[in-house]
Design a protein around this ligand. Structure first.
Ligand SMILES: [Zn+2]
Length: 318
């Protein structure tokens, strides 16, 4: 079966189209993506057997070989889904439509699902999209920069009550830096650390030794000058020179991340900051892909990604 969403002609996708397609058709789409080699026919995840009893009422299968019960999402990150397939597809469509992401609270209201369902699903999807850049090596022209997030203390109203917010004892301990490396015309890879200087080691790990790295005047980046071809930018005296010495690509990524945090999430725990950083990077790198293409990328990756232990039963634990 060739699902219409899998055809090259499907350029656009909307919530209206998803709900019009109906539950059976959405289910068939997940099957076609999970089991492309059998054209959507079930394959036992335990023994690989293609013979199964179709328990249609529950959308489950029983393997004729090993008697294992499974569904189209068994063993994937979406395995304990609480949503119908149309809702799941709609959720993914919404998730990729928001150029600055979407908060779990807005998600739960729009989708009419419980907050915790929305929260867990969004985190699983972010985990899935981050897999896309595992093992990526950046080459050619690569920009590196850091962006500090969180740990902000509001100054007191009265000047006499104010403290020196730069002092360690007056800080909240939640300040982190997102260090991003972005290949021009390529991928953006973010990391979360405590100091921007941690970016030097990261660059050593994921940048091709023949690449040229562009960085600002921060003295910790001087180390890069010894190991890579570099182009340094002095922001206090010059802006985006025509000679290509700039960090505009990585800065536009940070602009998106900042808007995502301030506009959607308002506050992010240092524990999950890397997830928002990955989400913004993914959106930035795929900014020219249409909604159907973005949705397909997520569904494809989710059906490949093994089930998430990180967010499994998260709400039960906490
Ligand atoms: Zn089996």
């Amino acid at each position: 079966m060739q699902h219409f969403l899998l055809s090259a002609q499907s350029r656009s996708l909307s919530l209206k189209k998803i709900y019009k397609m109906g539950e059976q058709s959405a289910y068939e789409l997940f099957r076609a993506i999970r089991w492309p080699e059998t054209d959507g026919e079930a394959v036992c995840p335990r023994c690989g057997c293609t013979e199964s009893y179709d328990i249609k009422s529950r959308r489950k299968f029983e393997c004729k070989g090993c008697k294992h019960h499974y569904s189209v999402t068994s063993g994937t990150v979406l395995h304990s889904r609480k949503l119908d397939f149309t809702d799941l597809l709609a959720a993914i469509c919404l998730f990729v439509t928001g150029a600055k992401g979407m908060s779990a609270i807005q998600f739960s209201r729009t989708m009419d699902v419980q907050y915790k369902t929305a929260w867990v699903l969004c985190h699983k999807l972010r985990e899935v999209l981050a897999d896309e850049t595992d093992n990526v090596v950046l080459s050619g022209e690569v920009e590196i920069d850091g962006c500090y997030v969180g740990g902000h203390i509001r100054p007191a109203n009265l000047k006499t009550d104010r403290v020196d917010r730069r002092r360690k004892e007056h800080q909240t301990g939640t300040r982190r830096v997102v260090i991003a490396l972005r290949e021009r015309y390529g991928r953006t890879i973010p990391f979360v650390g405590k100091l921007e200087s941690e970016g030097v080691d990261i660059a050593r790990g994921i940048v091709d030794p023949d690449a040229t790295i562009f960085a600002d005047e921060g003295s910790h980046w001087d180390l890069l000058d010894h190991e890579f071809k570099t182009g340094r930018v002095n922001h206090s005296t010059e802006y985006s020179l025509l000679n290509g010495k700039h960090t505009n690509w990585v800065e536009s990524y940070f602009a998106r991340l900042r808007k995502m945090i301030s506009g959607q999430h308002h506050w992010v725990s240092p524990r999950y900051l890397y997830q928002y950083a990955e989400h913004a990077a993914w959106l930035e790198d795929h900014r020219t892909t249409d909604i159907a293409g973005l949705t397909r990328k997520i569904v494809d990756a989710a059906m490949l990604a093994p089930k998430s232990n990180k967010f499994k039963g998260y709400w039960q634990r906490s």
